[in-house]
Design a protein around this ligand. Sequence first.
Ligand code: ADP
Ligand code: MG
Length: 258
Amino acid sequence: MNSHPFPLAVECCDASVSYNGKPVLEKISVGIPEKNVTGVIGPSGSGKSTLLRTFCRMNDRVPGFWVQGQVRVGGDEIYADDVDVYQLRRKVGMVFQTPCVFPTSIFENAIFGLKRLFPHLKKEFSTKGEQALREAGLWEEVKDRLHKPAVTLSLGQQQRLAIARSLAIDPEILLMDEPTSALDPKSSQAVEELILALKTRHTIVLVTHNLAQARRVADRLIFLREGKIWEAGTTEELFNSPAMPETRAYLAGHGDFA
Ligand SMILES: Nc1ncnc2c1ncn2[C@@H]1O[C@H](COP(=O)(O)OP(=O)(O)O)[C@@H](O)[C@H]1O
Ligand SMILES: [Mg+2]
C-alpha cells in the first residue's frame, strides 16, 4: 500500500467520516511521512480537526461518529476491533488550540499521562518529567517552581507544558490542532521553534490557519476543502506551483472564501 519513497507514520486509504449521517471527510487517502512536519490547512469547517482526531481515535465517544476505510498508524489498522486505544495513546499524542492544563502542579501536569499509561515506571517519573520539560523548552523557566499550580503559568508556558505532557510519553506522533492560535507572537515563535526541534525525533501533524507559519515549519502540506484532500504535496510545491485554482486562491490569502 505504501507507494511513497519514505516510511509513513500514518496512512489513510479511502477513509470517510460522518457525524450523525452527515459526511465530513470523504475518501481521504494520504500518507504522513515519519519525522516530518505535515501541515493541514484549509477553510474553517473543511474537516481539519476531524482528520487529526481520526488519526488517534479521539472521536470514538462523539455521538453519531462513524468512520469507514483504513487508517493505519505505524502500519497497524487503528479501527480494528481488537485495538487497545490506550496503546494507541502511547504512540500518538495530541495538543489542542487552548492549552489544556489540569488544576494541579506544573510537575504533576508534566507527568499526568505518564502516570496513567506507565504506572510501573514510578521511579522514573522525576527524570522523565524533567526530560519532557527540557524537551518542551520549559525547564529553565519552571525548575524553581515545579510544585506551584500550573494555572499560574502564562498561556504560552501552559501550551509548552501541554506539549511536555505529551512528550513525557515519548509518542512517535504528535498531532497539534492550531497550537499557537491562542498565543501571543513571542510564545507562538517559541512553539514554532519547538516544532522544528521535535521533528528530528517525532512525526508532527500541524493544523494551522496561519499560512506564514505553515510555510515556515511544514515540510509537506495537505489542503483540505469541503471534506476532501483538494491537494497535497511539499510546502514548496503548494506555495510555488499549486495544481488547483482553489489552492492558489486559499494560499493567496483569500482564506475561507477559497
Ligand atoms: N462533534 C461533532 N458533531 C457533529 N458535527 C461536527 C462535530 N465536530 C465537527 N463537526 C462538523 O464537521 C465539519 C468539520 O469540522 P472540523 O473538523 O472541526 O473542521 P475544521 O477544523 O476544518 O474547522 C463541520 O461541518 C462541523 O460542524
Ligand atoms: Mg478545527
